[in-house]
Design a binder for this molecule. Structure first.
Ligand SMILES: NC(=O)c1ccc[n+]([C@@H]2O[C@H](COP(=O)([O-])OP(=O)(O)OC[C@H]3O[C@@H](n4cnc5c(N)ncnc54)[C@H](O)[C@@H]3O)[C@@H](O)[C@H]2O)c1
Ligand SMILES: [Zn+2]
Ligand SMILES: [Zn+2]
Length: 361
C-alpha cells in the first residue's frame, strides 16, 4: 500500500521550502521503507534548495538520518523490519570496477531506491542525495541502511549519515591523519569540527582550526583544536606555518570548498603534505595554481566523498566509540526542531549560529 506522509520539499530554486504530502510506495525488490526518527540539517540541503547541486526540482530534502526499518522488499536479507539503522548515501554496488578491486569506498555505481516518491499530483520528487529524510517515512535501497546499536539516540546517530562522517573521514580516511601529525582545518562548521574531532581521535598533536567566525573557533577548541586562527584577521597560511615550525601542516582539510580556501589549504601544507577537499565547491568556480608549485610541493591533493567512508565498516565502529564516551556526537546537536523548522534552521546556519539543527519526529 502506498503511504501518505509529511515531508519537506524544495519546489523551485531559492524559494522557501514547504511541507507537502509525499506518496511513498511499498518497498519493492532490494528496497527498504524506513520510519525516520531524526534527521540533521546539512549545508548540502541548502545547496539543493538554492539550485547549487542540480536543477531536478522538486527535491525532497534531508539526508542525515537514523530511523527504524518498517518493511523490506523481496530479496532483502541485510536488514529486516525493526532494525535500527543509519541511512547512507553511498550504498556500494559490489560490482563496478572500484568495488571489484577492493576499493568499495570509491564505488562508481552506488544504489538508491528504484521506485520513486511523488507529490499527490504524481510529480516525481528528487530525494536529496538519493535519500530524502525530512519526511516521516522514506524509501531507500536496502544497502543504504546500516544497522547500529539502538542504545545510541537517533539525534546523534543520524549525524554519521552525512556531515559528521564526512568530516571524521576526511581526517581519518582520506587524509590518513596519524599519531603526531599536524593538521589544519579550514571552515569549522559541522563538517570541519568533525574533522577536528577525527584528527584528535587519530592522534594528531597539533590541530589548527581556521574560520572567519570566532564563535566557530570557540567550538573548534571544544572539539580538540589546539590553536585557532580567524582568517579575516590573520593570514591563515602564515599563521599555520608559524604554528608548525615554519613549515606548514602535514594535512590541511578544506571544509569550505571555495577557490580562496583551497588556495590557502594548498599553501598551508608542508612539503609532501596532503590537502583534502571535503567542502563542496559551487559548480562554476575555478582555480589557477602555478604548476611548478603543484609539482614542487609534492604530496597529495585529494577530494573526500563522504569521508571515503564504508558505512558497514565505519558506522558501527563510530557508534561504539560514541557509546564508550570517546566520540562526543551530542556536541554537534545545537538544537532539535520540528519538520516546520527547516527554513529557520537554514537561516541560523547561514548566520553561523548552529552546528547542527536536528529534526526530530
Ligand atoms: N564531501 C562530502 O561528502 C560532504 C558531506 C557533507 C557536507 N559537505 C560540504 O561541506 C561543507 C561544509 O558543510 P557544513 O555543514 O559544515 O557547513 P557549515 O555552514 O556548518 O560550516 C561552514 C563553515 O565555514 C566557515 N567559512 C565560510 N567561509 C569561510 C572562509 N572563506 N574561510 C574560512 N571559513 C569559512 C563558516 O563560518 C562555517 O563555520 C559544505 O560545502 C557542504 O556541502 C561535503
Ligand atoms: Zn561499486
Ligand atoms: Zn549532508
Amino acid at each position: 500500500m502506498v503511504q501518505r506522509v509529511r515531508g519537506v520539499v524544495a519546489r523551485e530554486k531559492g524559494a522557501p521550502v514547504t511541507i507537502e504530502t509525499v506518496l511513498v510506495p511499498e518497498p519493492g525488490p532490494g528496497e527498504a521503507l524506513v520510519a525516520i526518527q531524526a534527521c540533521g540539517v546539512c549545508h548540502t540541503d541548502l545547496h539543493y534548495r538554492e539550485g547549487g547541486i542540480n536543477d531536478e526540482f522538486p527535491f525532497l530534502l534531508g539526508h542525515e538520518a537514523a530511523g527504524v526499518v518498517e518493511a523490506v522488499g523481496d530479496g532483502v536479507t541485510d536488514v529486516a523490519a525493526g532494525d535500527y539503522v543509519i541511512l547512507n548515501w553511498r550504498a556500494v554496488c559490489g560490482q563496478c570496477r572500484a568495488c571489484r578491486r577492493g576499493r568499495p569506498q570509491y564505488c562508481f555505481d552506488t544504489h538508491n531506491a528504484t521506485q520513486q516518491m511523488t507529490l499527490e499530483d504524481g510529480t516525481v520528487l528528487s530525494p536529496a542525495l538519493g535519500i530524502g529524510a525530512f519526511v516521516e517515512k522514506t524509501l531507500v535501497a536496502s544497502g543504504q541502511c546500516t544497522k547500529v546499536d539502538p542504545a545510541a539516540p537517533a539525534t546523534a546517530a543520524g549525524l554519521l549519515g552525512c556531515g559528521v562522517m564526512a568530516g571524521l573521514g576526511a581526517a581519518m580516511n582520506t587524509g590518513g591523519v596519524s599519531r603526531g601529525d599536524s593538521v589544519a582545518v579550514i571552515g569549522c562548521g559541522g563538517v570541519g569540527n568533525a574533522a577536528v574531532m577525527g584528527a584528535r581521535l587519530a592522534g594528531a598533536t597539533r590541530i589548527i582550526g581556521i574560520d572567519i567566525d570566532d564563535r566557530k573557533l570557540g567550538w573548534a577548541t571544544e572539539f580538540g583544536a589546539t590553536h585557532t586562527v580567524n582568517s579575516r584577521e590573520q593570514d591563515p597560511v602564515a599563521a599555520v606555518r608559524e604554528l608548525t615550525g615554519g613549515f606548514g601542516a602535514d594535512v590541511v582539510i578544506d571544509a569550505v570548498g571555495q577557490p580562496e580556501t583551497y588556495r590557502q589549504a594548498f599553501y598551508a601544507r608542508d612539503l609532501a603534505g596532503t590537502v583534502v577537499l571535503v567542502g563542496v565547491p559551487a559548480p562554476d568556480t575555478t582555480i589557477e595554481l602555478p604548476l611548478i608549485d603543484v609539482f614542487g610541493r609534492g604530496g597529495a591533493l585529494k577530494s573526500s566523498w563522504y569521508g571515503d567512508c564504508l558505512p558497514s565498516r565505519d558506522f558501527p565502529m563510530l557508534i561504539d566509540l560514541y557509546l564508550q564516551g570517546r566520540l562526543d556526537l551530542d556536541r554537534f546537536v545545537s538544537e532539535t526542531i520540528a519538520l516546520d523548522g527547516i527554513e529557520d534552521a537554514f537561516a541560523k546556519m547561514h548566520r553561523g549560529e548552529v552546528l547542527r539543527s536536528v529534526v526530530v519526529f
